[in-house]
Design a protein around this ligand. Structure first.
Ligand code: SF4
Length: 653
């Protein structure tokens, strides 16, 4: 079945697993779909679109009908640097706001957005070696199960009792490292992706953890696993990809490899900082301009009220502070040269342990909770990996609740407090295990939280609650760049297909710091970035890969691998097709301009401290950028993808 002429670079196999019926089907993939959508994120968007078109648009992300797909791409497991990223696609529980609410201006409901998460480590490459491109999971098992993919054979297995433990008289799932240890002992040489206690408890922002510390982080993939009674997927195989023209591939791949290596050794490229500081170099840049002498003042503080705070406190959590605890590299499979991940350890303190250094976004969003205890941030990051929870959304939700607590609106004594790591760890455990009313509440998507809070808060009205909770109206949670400072980045946050607040689908900071302004320019930059990211995710590469996908060498390498020929323009069109298809699905799920245009109220209040004091989101400018953005994307002014555009992009009915 595999390695036919049409499947060079791919295994050519899609595995469909129905957990409700126990049926497993291995199907030959459609090469035309690979040509149109490349792999990973793109192919998976197509498979979810086809599914929802057939069964009806999803009204509940926790329903068994929520298809979740984990897969890889043609470049995975090749010698191209960073070719180890896997894809997970599903309708996100975190972006769920099922009713019109007066406090959201009666905006239309959003029933969960089509979301894609990318994850490094080994899992995606191992799934490919096991002979599967996409593992498509439907239904819900009637008892806890796990999936084993072993050398092309796919099985649903009953979950072993050892995967559970008892906590306060309740049966709960073990931590992700314990699950991974157990399954690795059972299947030597394999790789595992699993949900943890957070996903088992269906926390709306639970993630999936692969190979101990890599995550399909955002959107709630772990909760979807939990809702399906699915604990883990373990993969093992030894198959290598076939090449259309191996000699030519090796020749062009070597040129690409050398170019990336050159960028890592060139101080003008941000890639040159990654082997040492990873993403944490953004801390210095966001706070004080960092090594390039730019203007900082956009590291969020006190639930996004400010972008600047006491520099003496900052020193404790700076790029240098996290460099002091860094150890050796611990990178994704097939990562070469860029090597952004390092171990870290702290000793002789209440948080003494060894794991991996947290990423910039995680640290920034814990600083946003006024936490300036490096050891505690490091430990919280470790706990999030162990419990299987997205550090970013958790940080945003936690900061919002802290503000409600600070203002005296919350009755619960269990509420976390700004700057207090102990209260944050306790609140995290309440959320993960649902041990208090507050913990159970905060595990839900934010608009359900607001509805329930309003019935119980003392003194607070809807405006105060929405002001504190920046994830309101089906938001994913804003990332670690203060949203008030860069209008382009605010547009990237507002229009990301996977939900408001996401920073990975477009990134504008360097361009805006270099002088990019004007509604049309900013809109074009964001739309172009989103197309580039759709390509990155669909190729199985990392965001930090430095080569241009549309260069003659890259396209020749891709032809030599897959046999597919593209021009620069037709390759870019794949990215535009993927972005439009995702948006079309999201339109059916309820997303329109109302969603993109929503500005969390506190972002209208100017910063008062630091070099960006006075900055706030300008609603007039933002609306002008949105107009230009929709025009650029060829969508309607209401943010809808017209059917004619689907035809123009060759999106199949
Ligand atoms: S640069 Fe970092 S995230 Fe990207 S592939 Fe390498 S180790 Fe993984």
């Amino acid at each position: 079945m595999t390695n036919k002429k049409s499947f060079f670079g791919y295994t050519g196999c899609w595995a469909f697993v129905d957990l409700s019926s126990g049926k497993i089907e291995l199907k030959e993939a459609d090469p035309e779909i690979y040509r149109l959508y490349l792999g990973g994120r793109g192919v998976q968007a197509h498979l979810i679109y086809q599914h929802l078109k057939k069964i009806g648009w999803l009204k509940d992300p926790f329903s068994p009908s929520n298809r979740i797909i984990i897969g890889n791409s043609s470049l995975n497991d090749t010698t191209i640097p960073t070719a180890g990223r896997g894809s997970c696609s599903f309708i996100s529980p975190m972006t769920y706001s099922p009713q019109r609410q007066p406090w959201l201006g009666n905006r239309p409901p959003v029933f969960g957005l089509l979301t894609h998460s990318s994850c490094g480590g080994l899992f995606a490459n191992m799934l490919k070696r096991a002979g599967i491109d996409q593992l498509v999971i439907d239904g819900r098992a009637d008892k806890p199960v796990r999936i084993l993919v072993n050398e092309g054979k796919v099985e649903i297995l009953e979950a072993e009792p050892e995967l559970f433990e008892e906590k306060d008289g309740k049966k709960v799932l073990r931590r992700t490292s314990e699950i991974t240890d157990f399954l690795t002992r059972k299947h030597p040489g394999s790789s595992t992706v699993c949900t943890g206690p957070a996903g088992w408890n269906q926390v709306a922002f639970a993630c999936l953890t692969a190979d101990y510390h890599r995550n399909f982080g955002r959107g709630g993939a772990g909760a979807v696993f939990g809702s399906k009674n699915l604990i883990a997927i373990t993969a093992y195989g030894r198959k290598l990809p076939a090449y259309y023209d191996r000699a030519r591939f090796l020749e062009t791949a070597k040129q690409i490899d050398e170019a990336v290596k050159g960028h890592v050794h060139d101080p003008n490229w941000t890639a040159s900082f990654r082997p040492e500081t990873g993403t944490t170099w953004w801390l210095d840049r966001a706070f004080n301009g960092g090594y390039l002498g730019k203007v900082g003042g956009y590291l969020p503080w006190h639930n996004f009220d400010e972008g600047y705070f006491d520099p003496e406190l900052y020193k404790k959590v700076s790029t240098g502070a996290f460099l002091e605890i860094a150890g050796k590299h611990k990178v994704c499979n097939r990562c070469r040269h860029i090597l952004c991940t390092r171990t870290a350890s702290v000793k002789e303190c209440p948080y003494a342990h060894e794991s991996v250094r947290p990423e910039f976004e995680t640290i920034a969003l814990w600083i946003n909770c006024c936490l300036t205890d490096r050891e505690a941030i490091f430990y919280l990051n470790h706990l999030c990996n162990e419990y299987g929870v997205d550090t970013m959304t958790l940080g945003s939700v936690m900061a919002g609740v802290m503000e409600l607590q600070e203002k005296g609106f919350l009755k619960s004594k269990a509420a976390p407090v700004f700057g207090d790591p102990g209260s944050m760890i306790r609140a995290l455990e309440q959320i993960i295990y649902g041990t208090t009313d507050l913990g159970c509440l905060l595990a839900k998507p934010t608009d359900l939280v607001i509805a329930e809070l309003l019935a119980s808060l003392s003194g607070a009205g809807p405006e105060e609650v929405v002001r504190c909770l920046t994830t309101a109206y089906a938001g994913l949670g804003y990332a670690g760049i203060e949203p008030k400072v860069f209008p382009g980045m605010f547009t990237a946050y507002g229009t990301s297909n996977r939900g408001r607040g996401d920073h990975t689908y477009a990134w504008t900071i360097q361009a805006e710091e270099s002088g990019l302004t004007g509604a049309e320019n900013l809109a074009a930059y964001v739309a172009g970035s989103q197309v580039g990211k759709a390509l990155t995710d669909s190729l199985g590469l990392c965001d930090f890969f430095t080569e241009d996908f549309t260069s003659p060498t890259f396209l020749e390498m891709y032809r030599a691998l897959t046999g597919f020929e593209y021009t620069a323009e037709s390759f870019k069109e794949c990215g535009r097709r993927i972005y439009a298809l995702e948006r079309y699905v999201n339109n059916q799920q309820g997303r329109k301009r109302d969603y993109d245009a929503f500005i969390p109220p506190k972002f209208l209040e100017p910063l008062t401290a630091g070099p960006q004091a006075g900055k706030a989101v300008d609603p007039i400018l933002y609306n002008a950028i949105l107009d230009a953005y929709y025009q650029n994307q060829k969508w309607t002014m209401d943010g809808l993808v017209p059917e004619t555009l689907l035809g123009e992009y060759g999106i199949q009915e």
